[in-house]
Design a protein around this ligand. Structure first.
Ligand code: 13P
Length: 250
C-alpha cells in the first residue's frame, strides 16, 4: 500500500506574516488529517522560518527547486546540503514553470533528481504536457521522455526513492482540472512504463496529480487507483482548502 501524500507548492507567494497565519491554520486542523503525509514547499527565503514553525508537527518541509551542483560559484542557487541543513525531506525538481520560464531541460532535471537523491532527500519529479501537446495526442510521448531522462541517468529503481507528480501544464493555475479519468490514464501509463522495467518500483512509487486541485475535486481524483495524492498550488495557500484536500487523501 502506498501512503497518500499531499504537498503544497506555495510558488512565489507569501510573507512572514501571511505564512504564519497559513501555518497556524493548517496546524490547528492537523489532527483531522490522518492518512496522508503532508508537505509544504515555501519559497527558499522562508524555509528556515517555516522549519521552526513546523517543529513538533507531522508536516514535512520541501523546497520548490534545488541546484544540481554541490557548492561554489553558482550565484543565486541553493544546494542540496543547504536543504538538508534546514531538514527538508522533499525537493521539487522539473516543475513546468522551471522548464518553461527558466529553460530547464530534461537532462538538467535528471541531474537535479540525482543530486537530491544522493543527499538523501526525496525528489518530487514533475512531468506533464502543454495544451498543444495534448491536442496533438503526444501526451504519453512527452511524459515518457521526461521520465526516461531520469531513468537513463539513475536507473529505474531510483524512482522509488522519490515521488512523481503528473501536472498537465494546461491545468496549472487555470481552473481547468484534468478529469479523474484523464489523470488516471496518464498515471497508469507512467506506472506501466516503470513496471516494464521494474514491477517492484512501479508498485512502490507514489504518483501525485497536480493542476487546479481543490477541496471539491480532490476526493474524486484521489479515488483513482494510480493517483496517490496531489501537488497543490493555489489551493495550498488557503488553510481550509488545503486541509480539505488533505482529508480527501485516504
Ligand atoms: P495549481 O494548483 O495552482 O493549479 O498549481 C499546480 C502546481 O503547479 C503545483 O505544483
Amino acid at each position: 500500500m502506498r501512503q497518500p501524500l499531499v504537498a503544497g507548492n506555495w510558488k512565489m507567494n507569501g510573507s512572514t506574516e501571511s505564512i504564519k497565519h497559513l501555518l497556524d491554520g493548517i496546524k490547528r486542523s492537523l489532527d483531522v488529517v490522518s492518512k496522508a503525509e503532508v508537505v509544504v514547499c515555501p519559497p527558499y527565503v522562508y524555509l528556515s522560518g517555516v522549519q521552526a514553525q513546523l517543529a513538533g508537527t507531522a508536516i514535512s518541509l520541501g523546497s520548490q527547486n534545488v541546484s544540481e551542483y554541490k557548492a561554489g560559484a553558482y550565484t543565486g542557487e541553493i544546494s542540496t546540503s543547504m536543504l538538508l541543513d534546514l531538514q527538508c525531506r522533499y525537493a521539487i525538481v522539473g516543475h513546468s514553470e522551471r522548464r518553461s520560464i527558466y529553460g530547464e531541460k530534461d537532462v538538467q532535471v535528471a541531474a537535479k533528481f540525482a543530486a537530491v537523491r544522493a543527499a538523501g532527500i526525496k525528489p518530487v519529479l514533475c512531468v506533464g504536457e502543454v495544451l498543444e501537446e495534448r491536442e496533438q495526442g503526444v501526451t504519453e510521448d512527452v511524459v515518457a521522455r521526461q521520465l526516461d531522462a531520469v531513468i537513463a541517468l539513475e536507473g529505474v529503481e531510483a524512482l522509488a526513492d522519490g515521488v512523481i507528480a503528473y501536472e498537465p501544464v494546461w491545468a496549472i493555475g487555470t481552473g481547468k482540472t484534468a478529469s479523474p479519468e484523464q489523470a488516471q490514464d496518464v498515471h497508469a501509463f507512467i506506472r506501466n512504463r516503470i513496471a516494464r522495467l521494474s514491477a517492484v518500483t512501479a508498485e512502490k512509487v507514489q504518483i501525485l496529480y497536480g493542476g487546479s486541485v481543490k477541496g471539491a475535486n480532490a476526493p474524486e481524483l484521489f479515488s483513482m487507483p494510480d493517483i496517490d495524492g496531489g501537488l497543490i498550488g493555489g489551493a495550498s495557500l488557503d488553510a481550509d482548502e488545503f486541509i480539505s484536500i488533505c482529508q480527501a487523501a485516504v
